[in-house]
Design a protein around this ligand. Structure first.
Ligand code: ATP
Ligand code: MG
Length: 199
């Protein structure tokens, strides 16, 4: 064995000891709060990836989409056939184009009802609150209501929140925060959003 092989083996042994210790000390099991925020692409994609993961084990999943997308959504079209997946979409109101506070608040409160049902249901293992950060930012939804529903949810239920500029209280309560950082985005070079990739 060369000197380099030897050093590598020793370094890997040290790493393994360290990782084993950390795995042994992470023994708590409970539902978690995850926040996917930041300006870069990938927040909603990561949330749906986790939805797929949970459905793969047969868990019940609820997804609430807080923006009336002009977008279609390929992952939703594919996964909605799963009887364990429940999707609630904001049917009218908020888009980037129309900013009618009264209609938006009404639409937001309606879909929030669906979210509250999911957050109270112990058969729902994972709840995604997609783009909810904007509802809080524009005042269509009160942070106190959201924090209360999160605090009262079943202990085994995990919640994923997505959207830019996540509220400080959400960040404070989160177990995991991932910030998607825009290093570059194709849109800024004039590339149009692409079917099956961006939506
Ligand atoms: P995705 O849905 O691709 O995971 P996202 O949830 O991180 O993106 P949003 O802020 O919700 O990002 O953006 C909605 C749409 O805008 C998506 O089609 C997404 O691909 C696109 N997008 C995301 N980030 C950027 C960006 N930095 N510049 C331009 N377009 C973006
Ligand atoms: Mg998104």
């Amino acid at each position: 064995m060369t000197d380099r092989d030897n050093r590598h083996r020793q370094a890997m042994q040290r790493l393994k000891t360290h990782v084993d210790q950390r795995i042994a000390s992470a023994s708590e099991q409970r539902g978690q709060l995850l926040v996917f925020t930041g300006n870069g692409k990938g927040k909603t994609t990561a949330a749906w990836g986790t939805v797929t993961r949970a459905l793969g084990y047969g868990f019940g999943v609820g997804v609430v989409q807080f923006i009336k997308g002009k977008w279609e959504c390929g992952e939703r079209q594919r996964l909605v056939e799963d009887p364990r997946l429940d999707v609630a979409i904001m049917s009218t109101g908020f888009t980037w184009e129309t900013q009618n506070r009264e209609a938006d608040t009404q639409a937001c409160q309606e879909v929030w009802q669906a979210a509250q049902r999911m957050l109270a249901d112990s058969n729902v293992y994972l709840v995604v609150l997609d783009e909810i950060t904007y509802m809080l930012k524009f005042g269509y939804l009160a942070i106190e209501d959201v924090m209360h529903a999160l605090a009262e949810r079943p202990a085994e239920q995990t919640v994923i929140v997505t959207g830019r500029n996540a509220h400080r209280q959400l960040l404070d309560a989160a177990d995991t925060i991932s910030e998607m950082q825009e290093v570059r985005h194709a849109f800024n070079a004039g590339l149009e959003a692409r079917r099956g990739i961006d939506y």
